[in-house]
Design a protein around this ligand. Structure first.
Ligand code: PBG
Ligand code: ZN
Length: 316
């Protein structure tokens, strides 16, 4: 076996998986107002930006696609998350990004948790459980607001049953037949979302998300859930987090014909960043290895806070 590993040239020739600049989707956090930016302590190098700053930075981004999250002011939250579709936060970021960089692919996160006072991903019933069907109506309205602003894909992340079908129906009913759905199809109830909840201020006030997100122990259940999203008309499927669930990613690659995204989440990013800052590992080598392994397992695109650095590393 060593004969084919003897030189860099031979190793390159036999390389089975390659990272390309086109592979990455950069997550970005939009805040209200103008000329504002905020650091996120748990995620060094990641900032929340107002729409004008975001558009100004977009001119320099090398990533081909972004995933936009809205982080509204705390006082604009309510029980049902109505600012998610009535407010202009994500919509204005999308409009500014598209005006600045028409060729940038803009994907929007579709979930209520940043907009509800209780921080859950859906509207709650009296019994404080998530009311699936009322949440679907809200997601439909939110999808239309994003589509109207010019989003290419909407990405529902709340793990409500039938959400893909409901969103597809809402989009088609309003004439947005060209706007696609990237479903967070296999999203696990994971501890690796910790830093994100600081970034998006979206930690649930009471309880947790285990009533709607997937149990980390269950691969069969994850595949079944993801394949339902395909039947409901999803254009893309996603597995999230990435590294702890590469087995799910690899199996879903075999079971579906749709393009697959994997979300290298905030905790996965933070582990590498903080370890690198402590001098425990070579950041570039470790991050590129992590991203490569996600692609090798079957991802067509990787959503990662390392997107910008990865594109630069690959070019240098
Ligand atoms: C909320 C949402 C979460 C993430 C994306 N959308 C957190 C959660 O479900 O609690 C996680 C992203 C990350 O950790 O980078 N619907
Ligand atoms: Zn949510």
């Amino acid at each position: 076996m060593r004969r084919r590993r003897r030189s860099d040239g031979l190793r390159r020739l036999a390389r089975e998986t390659r990272l390309l600049p086109d592979d990455f989707i950069l997550p970005v956090f939009a805040i209200p107002g103008a000329d504002r930016e905020q650091d996120i302590a748990a995620m060094p190098g990641v900032r929340r930006l107002s729409a004008d700053r975001m558009a100004a930075e977009a001119g320099r981004w090398r990533s081909a696609a972004v995933l936009v999250f809205g982080v509204p002011e705390a006082d604009s939250r309510d029980e049902t998350g109505s600012a998610a579709w009535e407010g202009d936060l994500v919509a204005s970021a999308v409009r500014r990004l598209k005006a600045e960089r028409p060729a940038l692919t803009v994907i929007t996160d579709l979930c209520l948790c940043a907009y509800t006072t209780h921080g859950h991903c859906g509207v709650l019933t009296e019994g404080a459980e998530v009311d699936n069907d009322r949440t679907l109506e809200a997601l439909g309205r939110m999808a239309l607001a994003h589509a109207e602003a010019g989003a290419d894909l909407v990405a529902p992340s709340g793990m409500m049953d039938m959400q893909v079908g409901a969103i597809r129906q809402a989009l088609d009913g309003a004439g947005y037949t060209g706007v696609g759905v990237m479903s967070y199809a296999a999203k696990f109830a994971s501890a690796f979302y910790g830093p994100f909840r600081e970034a998006a201020c979206s930690a649930p006030g009471r309880g947790d998300r285990r009533g709607y997100q997937l149990p980390p122990s269950n691969r069969r259940e994850a595949i079944a859930d993801a394949l339902l999203d395909e039947q409901e008309g999803a254009d893309w499927l996603m597995v999230k987090p990435a590294l702890p669930y590469l087995d799910v990613l690899a199996e879903l690659r075999r079971r579906s014909r749709l393009p697959l995204a994997a979300y290298h989440v905030s905790g996965e990013y933070a582990m590498l960043k903080h370890a690198a800052q402590a001098g425990a590992l070579d950041e570039r080598e470790a991050a590129l290895e992590a991203l490569l392994s996600i692609k090798r397992a079957g991802a067509d695109a990787v959503i990662t806070y390392y997107a910008e650095e990865a594109v630069q590393w690959l070019a240098s």
